[in-house]
Design a protein around this ligand. Structure first.
Ligand SMILES: [Zn+2]
Ligand SMILES: [Zn+2]
Length: 253
């Protein structure tokens, strides 16, 4: 797996050409070469079973914020969430933000390896289908950032959301939530300053009355952005906001 990941480090600053990446992905799939180890695979998303088993799956996590919990405690909610529950109602990350998921997400986001949307989206979709019995009022919302969209030519959360939508049948509200202004870097700020920094940076473009929102993203770090989004969506009428992310980082030390 490590040697194949070295191939991912080729920088590619060109804007995304969708037919080009689709062709590259299809060629890879057709040859049945795993996207991670280049070995044979039989999976529709392109990652072989041994590589899947090696991924840093997040097994036991807080139901409210998604951070890892020790498996033997039997608790479902962490101490922090018991004291201060987040504004979103549920959070599930598929993986620890660790090798090789960290490298996959970096390649996907910053090196235009957009075909990684497919395995990440399909694995997230499978988790969503396992979690809900029915999906009557559910809607997928990827947070969009206009500036990033302009810089990279694509939005990673939207690309993952498209795959999730196709596999689950949940509609994708791809223009409903937009980040309207860039925000200062969050590191070094207190929790209160972070909330203030993000306040008013997202805008909702349609009603979410009685909707059950599934917020889709690649990484959840502090959770402050998801908090602000949940606040805005609930103000727009959402009954519930659940967060599904590919990777969850550990809480800050
Ligand atoms: Zn493999
Ligand atoms: Zn928690």
């Amino acid at each position: 797996m490590i040697s194949a990941l070295r191939n991912l480090s080729t920088f590619n600053f060109r804007k995304v050409n969708y037919s080009e990446w689709r062709q590259a992905f299809l060629a890879q799939i057709k040859q049945r070469h795993c996207l991670l180890c280049d070995g044979n695979h039989q999976e529709s998303h392109g990652i072989c079973k041994p590589c899947l088993a090696d991924l840093p799956w997040l097994i036991w996590s807080c139901q409210l914020c998604g951070i890892q919990l020790p498996a033997d405690t039997g608790t479902a909610v962490c101490g922090q969430c018991l004291r201060h529950p987040p504004l979103f109602d549920y959070c599930q990350g598929l993986f620890h933000y660790d090798f090789p998921i960290r490298e996959v997400i970096t390649s996907f986001k910053f090196r235009n390896k957009i075909w990684f949307a497919r395995p990440l989206g399909e694995l997230l979709a499978d988790r969503i289908l396992q979690h809900y019995h029915q999906l009557p009022d559910h809607i997928l919302v990827p947070p969009l950032h206009k500036q990033r969209l302009r810089e990279r030519g694509f939005n990673q959360a939207l690309e993952i959301g498209r795959i999730v939508s196709r596999r689950t049948g949940i509609p994708l509200a791809h223009k409903a939530l937009v980040k309207t202004r860039p925000t200062a870097h969050q590191s070094g700020l207190t929790a209160g300053q972070r909330a203030k920094n993000l306040r008013g940076s997202f805008e909702v473009r349609e009603s979410f009355a009685h909707r059950h929102v599934l917020l889709i993203d690649d990484i959840l770090t502090t959770g402050h952005t998801a908090q602000e989004i949940a606040r805005v969506l609930k103000k727009a009428g959402a009954d519930r906001v659940d967060v599904f992310c590919v990777a969850r980082t550990p809480p800050p030390a």
